[in-house]
Design a binder for this molecule. Structure first.
Ligand code: S3P
Length: 442
């Protein structure tokens, strides 16, 4: 079957309420934590995308039983280090950096040899970021180039660590917290701020965790070897998936959208803060707290033109997966120069997203200047495209495919966008929701 879509028409005005897929970070974390809990965890509204399905396949290979009953995944945990894999088990994290990095951290004490592999994109990504702290815990890790394939053979001689996480990566921080679960004594992590779902889940599960925060860092203490009980969790909507519709609405004319029950954790809403600084009409209603996580409905209205932004680098981590969309807004909805700094982490995602975003913006006629990992975008609002655009060779990155659809539906021109299947990684229902809003996509 064809793996591309054609978009040749802008989307017509709409006024709709939608629900996006469930949060990917919370889906992967709750499944992995369920494997270390005692008893049957029940997770509803689990995201059923490839990254999460690969998480389920992985825990199955490690000896964890689960079944789906109606909307609930029932996962049978045997407590800490409760995996029972066969020797030389091969686990495949597919495209998921989060799964790949986090599963290693739960295997530091396994008594069998486990090999971790992934797809082409994951195989070119850096794993030294987690290999380094996990070796300090005592784990036995072998990897030729600090990337996949990796073999891990646990050891009995695990010790807690004192670690500085200075990138602002939630994956590294979480790997340290997860490894701390199976370590005796207290692990200390000084972590540059990043999404804090793991810490909130630990608190909710009564895992002994203490956090002291300043503006830039969190000092996290986790006391290890404390069993915790199975739990119930209902996963809210994903702000990263919502962002495509937020930006679609801002770029469209006379449209409104309400997105129901989205996780709006402070450490995830960088895009909302940035859009508000640009004067966008985005608001939260029906705010609630669910097991420590904030949720709300998000309301967005089309905006005329927006202000360019000098984006504070302190927001980078909380908007890390949304920069492609933020650049699109800066490029096509503002008149003036927007600046973004210290974006080195963007090139370490499923594709080198900083390089590819610049290539994309230049392709649609936007001037972009780059100095190392800082960029200036020269905004051109009222950009009206009428050429042919072929989005190919963007390394099958799901977020590049989805952002390209938003550009195609709002800027004009005739688009052929390749690698449709990439959406299965994070948001399989993406095109169906766009079509329900009236988008013509073939
Ligand atoms: C994630 C953390 C982020 C993000 C990724 C999901 C997580 O990566 O880009 O999509 O669930 O912890 P880093 O922590 O490496 O920045």
């Amino acid at each position: 079957m064809a793996n591309h879509v054609y978009i040749k028409k802008k989307i017509s005005p709409y006024n709709k309420t939608i629900q996006v897929s469930s949060d990917k970070s919370l889906s992967i974390r709750t499944v992995l934590l369920a494997t270390q809990a005692v008893g049957i965890t029940k997770i509803s509204n689990l995201l059923e995308s490839e990254d999460v399905l690969n998480t389920l396949k992985t825990i199955k290979k490690l000896g964890i039983k689960f079944k789906k009953i109606k909307n609930f995944y029932h996962i049978h945990g045997f407590g800490l280090n409760g995996f029972t894999p066969k020797n030389n088990t091969v686990i495949n994290a597919g495209n998921s950096g989060t799964l790949g990095r986090l599963i290693l951290s739960l295997l530091i004490k396994t008594d069998k040899k486990i090999k971790l592999i992934g797809d082409k994109s994951l195989s070119r990504r850096d794993f030294y970021r987690v290999i380094k702290p996990l070796r300090l815990f005592g784990a036995n890790i072998k990897s030729k180039k600090n990337s996949l394939p990796i073999t891990i053979e646990g050891t009995e001689f695990i010790r807690p660590i004192n670690y500085l996480e200075n990138i602002g990566s939630a994956q590294i921080k979480t790997a340290c917290c997860f490894a701390a679960l199976n370590s005796p004594g207290t692990t200390f992590i000084r972590a540059r701020k990043s999404r804090n779902h793991t810490e909130l889940l630990f608190k909710y599960l009564n895992i002994p965790i203490k956090i002291k925060s300043n503006k830039i860092f969190d000092l996290i203490e986790v006391k290890g070897l404390q069993q915790f009980n199975a739990f119930n969790y209902s996963i809210p909507g994903d702000i990263s998936s919502s962002s495509f519709f937020i930006v679609l609405t801002l770029l469209s004319e006379n449209s409104k959208i309400k997105i129901l029950n989205v996780n709006i954790n402070e450490s995830r809403i960088g895009i909302i803060k940035i859009l508000k600084m640009m004067n966008a009409k985005v608001s939260f209603t029906n705010k609630r707290i669910y097991k420590g996580e904030k949720t709300a409905d998000i309301f967005v209205k089309s905006s005329k033109s927006l202000k360019p932004i000098n984006c504070p680098a302190s927001l980078n981590s909380s908007a890390i997966d949304e920069f492609l969309l933020i650049f699109l807004i800066a490029a096509t909805k503002t008149n003036g120069i927007s600046t973004f700094k210290n974006l080195e982490e963007l090139n370490k995602k499923e594709s080198p997203r900083l390089d590819l975003a610049i290539k994309f913006l230049r392709m649609i006629g936007i001037k972009v200047e780059r100095n190392k990992n800082n960029i200036k975008i020269y905004g051109k609002s009222k950009l009206d495209l009428n050429g042919n655009y072929n989005i190919k060779n963007f390394l099958k990155d799901h977020r590049i495919f989805m952002m390209s659809c938003i550009a195609a539906l709002t800027l004009g021109g005739s688009w052929k966008i390749h690698d449709k299947d990439s959406i299965n990684t994070s948001f399989p229902k993406y095109l169906d929701i766009l079509k329900n809003l009236g988008a013509e996509i073939n």
